[in-house]
Ligand binder design. Structure first.
Ligand code: GAP
Length: 513
């Protein structure tokens, strides 16, 4: 097992063991690519959502939020292009009867070549030591250049074939590269076919009159159809944004990688409406702002990179992903898309209603252009959780497992621990708990030796432990222990609130943007 696979396995088991994520309907053997958030997971998820909402809505006076319904009029999805174009190219293996995304098979093939490049780079790094220049090596080493050219030519050909709907060529490419079923090694493939990702459902009581509906595959359309309502009732002036968080559903075929790719997931999206012609500037600005938001959480600038799209969706004139270094490599975490006036114009056409904005400065009306930021809440959860899970070698030769969640996102901010279960210590601990719980989510634990309780809180991600001992009864002071440094300090009970607040407040973290 590679180091990466090993780390990912640890993430999965830790998420279950510490009450973060459970398989959905586990007692019935689960439902593939559907997950439940457990008692700690729901708090982490809520805190990420809140961190996003405050940064996007509260901190921008020209951005407001909405909460549109999951079920929408079915014509919405005709207008948006999802009925006709929200497809994945699928291929079946005739021997194993397994179904795959053809583009993912090809991308995985390229990832293997990229693995070879990485191997060459680490070999050279060892050989050249401090004098090693990675950029120069990648652009001049014959073998690496050859690998990179091969990747580029494969991906360019695949991109073109998919764009031209030439699915026969996608199959040909799979055959030419001799790509085999990853499970069985068989190369006995069917033709490639398009498969729509939307889940259908029905509205109405009788089969004859029922209306076919879809579960929304993105939250964005709920914003577009409400654009004029919000603009008029909120007296919004362009440029302005509408934000929302909520569930989206996709019948994903490649359902692996835990909560990275789910069939039911949550998005945090913002559509920013701008004057036509200014979209490029706003697109660049939102790319920068969103990256800063990520960096404010302190998870390492080296773990993020932009990936600008060569192949653009039907609605976009520019698009980029913010990729994160997940345990299985760099993958898309957030998309920033310059969506032109495609959606609003399409909804005008399909609904017959005008979705123009009257610009008082220009003294004319127009259909605004849109720059969208769209991040998967579950993916963000996985990024935070996997990045935070660490094993540390301690001076005494033992290791400790610690979940170094950014304190602002941690489910519990502090654990309150009476040193022993007697002598009046639990009573004082309860008083401290009753006071702090008005401001923070706090956890009470009096079971086991205090060292063991510290370890439990380290692994659960709680940034502070507060220990009440016999001295507390004399001088009203407690020991506060910091999860990351394990430093312990004696402080007055009356100072606790301020000490914790300073480290967990959203303001403290967002001000780093
Ligand atoms: N409104 C634009 C839109 O939906 P997208 O790139 O398809 O764009 C945006 O999705 C984000 O939603 C992605 O960057 C990812 O974080 C998240 N996402 C998409 N599909 C997902 C899935 N099946 N499971 C979890 N998150 C997903």
């Amino acid at each position: 097992m590679s180091k990466q696979e090993d780390q990912f396995k640890k993430v999965l088991s830790h998420a279950k063991e510490y009450g973060y994520v459970f398989q959905s309907s586990e007692i019935y053997d689960g439902l593939s690519a559907v997950y439940d958030y457990a008692q700690n997971g729901v708090e982490l998820k809520k805190n990420i959502r809140e961190y996003w909402w405050q940064a996007m809505v509260q901190m921008h006076e020209n951005i407001v939020g909405i909460d549109a319904a999951i079920l929408m009029h079915p014509t919405t999805w005709k207008a948006s292009g999802h009925v006709d174009a929200f497809n994945d190219p699928l291929i079946d293996n005739k021997d194993s009867k397994k179904r795959y995304r053809a583009d993912v098979l090809i991308e995985d093939y390229c990832a293997k070549i990229e693995g070879k490049i990485n191997k060459e780079v680490s070999k050279a790094k060892k050989r050249f030591g401090d004098a090693f220049n990675k950029e120069e090596f990648i652009s001049t080493n014959g073998r690496v250049v050859g690998y990179q050219e091969k990747i580029n030519s494969i991906l360019t050909r695949m991109g073109k074939s998919l764009e031209n709907e030439d699915l026969a060529d996608v199959k040909l490419l799979i055959e030419e590269l001799e790509i085999a079923d990853p499970l069985t090694g068989s190369r006995n493939w069917t033709d490639v076919k398009q498969f729509n990702l939307m889940f259908g459902t029905k509205l109405g009581a009788s089969a004859e009159t029922a209306m076919d509906l879809y579960l929304r595959p993105e939250t964005a359309q709920g914003i577009f159809v409400n654009f004029l309502n919000v603009q008029k009732t909120g007296r919004m002036k362009i440029p302005f944004g509408i934000a929302q968080t909520g569930k989206a559903f996709r019948n994903e075929i490649v359902a692996r990688q835990f909560i990275f790719r789910m069939r039911e997931f949550e998005q945090m999206e913002m559509q920013f409406f701008v004057k036509p012609g200014t979209q490029k500037t706003w697109y660049e600005q939102w790319k920068e702002t969103r990256l800063k938001w990520h960096l404010s959480l302190g998870m390492g600038a080296e773990n993020y990179r932009f990936h600008d799209h060569d192949k653009l969706a039907h609605y976009a004139d520019a698009a980029a992903d913010i990729e994160f270094n997940f345990p299985f490599g760099f993958k898309e975490l957030e998309g920033i898309h310059s969506r032109t006036d495609f959606d609003l114009k399409a909804h005008e056409e399909f609904s017959g209603k005008k979705l123009h904005y009257f610009d008082p400065q220009e003294n004319k009306s127009y259909v605004p252009y849109v720059v969208e930021t769209s991040i998967g809440l579950d993916r963000m959860f996985l990024a935070v959780f996997s990045n935070s899970l660490q094993e540390e070698a301690l001076e005494n030769g033992t290791t400790r497992t610690v979940l170094k969640l950014p304190a602002v996102l941690a489910p519990y901010k502090a654990a309150i621990l009476p040193l022993v279960k007697k002598d009046g210590l639990p009573e004082v601990a309860r008083q401290i708990m009753d006071d702090l719980k008005w401001d923070f989510n706090v956890f009470y634990d009096e079971k086991d030796a205090v060292g063991k309780r510290y370890r439990r809180q380290d692994a659960a991600g709680t940034p502070f432990c507060i220990t009440i001992d016999h001295d507390t009864l004399v001088d009203n002071s407690v020991t506060i222990r910091h999860r990351d440094t394990m430093d312990q300090k004696r402080v007055a009970i009356s100072d606790l609130k301020e000490i914790i607040k300073k480290e967990v407040a959203i303001k403290t973290w967002l001000q780093k943007m």
